[in-house]
Design a protein. Structure first.
Length: 358
């Protein structure tokens, strides 16, 4: 009996999209596998290109795999350059368990084996791409193509979109400084796989002479393009040069090509805590405490700031000590007062909304 796809010209496989997180739960029989998928979509927005695809998963649905025999799935750039390729073989579950891909004649990175049963309908297929190391050089609309018997069939598209990040304002920098988990510096290495020639660049809350002495280039000083020593690779720095700072203030766990330096080491936090305690015991003037907090904005981290303003004017007459716009976009006004200051004056509220007493 013919399968439905050959009768109706429906492609035998569909590209469902890329996702950031996936968890496969095995329940014995492959047919019973479950997937928890987060963020499935056909548009990947990135601040940085070249973009390493290792952190993404591509999700496909294949109709009745046993009917198709071996085929390839390829991701092609807008200029038809091959970004990645999977050679796919299908084996019947009834033929017994296969533990090694070499049993099926597949052994290269990108080789995939699908275990399927007769007469199954749509089969979810998520190939392992981390061993291929695919990299997307530029934003654009990329095609997902199924190749079988020398014929190409487009089964979907994946759009890579570039988001330009604005430079940080002073209040945003103050907010990043207040976050103990934020990173003050990001280093990126671009390498030619042939001659191993590499260029290292960094972005930070400010320039760092030590990095430049080590030959690491400030991201804004990168050239538009540069050829490697062997001439086979041309590094394109347009997006890194515009946007590397966008990665600051974030927490990444799985980006081996990008390394971060933590803004606050634990010893430094202990030191700040001791100094604050000593300062409070000395009954300081308000201005001294304000200056200390301004120099150590980690003390404001508990308010989850997105932006921090110091001595911001309220209406025309007053200034508040600290104003915070938090992650929920609420405005917090902080007044620093001694504990013996009355918060109520002549039956009217004191000008502060929140008072931090010391
Ligand atoms: Zn090279």
């Amino acid at each position: 009996m013919d399968n439905i796809s050959s009768k109706t010209n429906v492609p035998p496989a569909a590209f469902l999209g890329a996702c950031e997180r996936i968890n496969s739960i095995s329940r014995g029989d492959p047919i019973a596998n479950q997937y928890n998928i987060l963020g499935l979509g056909k548009v990947i927005i990135s601040y940085i290109f070249p973009l390493d695809l290792n952190n993404f998963k591509l999700v496909f649905a294949i109709f009745d795999p046993l009917n198709h025999g071996p085929f390839k799935i390829r991701l092609l750039s807008p200029k038809s350059k091959e970004i990645m390729k999977f050679d796919i073989a299908v084996l019947s579950v009834e033929k017994g368990p296969v533990t090694e891909t070499s049993n099926s004649g597949l052994s290269k990175p990108g080789d995939c084996l699908i275990m399927s049963k007769e007469n199954t309908s749509w089969f979810i297929f998520i190939p392992e791409i981390s061993n291929i190391n695919p990299t997307v050089e530029e934003p654009g609309c990329y095609r997902v193509v199924l190749t079988k018997d020398e014929r190409d069939l487009c089964i979907g598209e994946l759009i890579f979109a570039y988001a330009k990040a604005p430079l940080f304002s002073e209040p945003q920098i103050a907010a990043i400084r207040s976050n103990p988990l934020a990173y003050k510096k990001v280093l990126i290495t671009i390498k030619c796989n042939v001659c191993q020639d590499q260029i290292r660049a960094y972005a930070g809350l400010e320039k760092d002479g030590k990095e430049e002495a080590r030959g690491v280039v400030w991201y804004g000083d990168l050239p538009e393009t540069q050829k490697c020593k062997c001439g086979k690779a041309e590094f394109k720095f347009k997006y890194i040069r515009e946007n590397l700072h966008a990665l600051l203030g974030k927490v990444f766990t799985n980006k081996p090509e990008v390394s971060f330096t933590k803004l606050y080491e634990i010893a430094v936090l202990e030191e700040i805590s001791k100094k604050l305690s000593a300062l409070l015991n000395s009954e300081p003037e308000e201005e001294v405490l304000q200056k200390f907090i301004q120099e150590n904005p980690i003390l404001l981290e508990q308010f989850s700031p997105k932006e921090i303003f110091y001595k911001a004017p309220i209406l025309t007459k007053n200034k508040t000590d600290i104003v915070i716009r938090n992650q929920k976009n609420e405005l917090l006004l902080i007044e620093l007062e001694k504990t013996n200051t009355l918060l109520l004056k002549k039956r009217r509220w004191h000008s502060s909304a929140i008072s931090t007493c010391y």
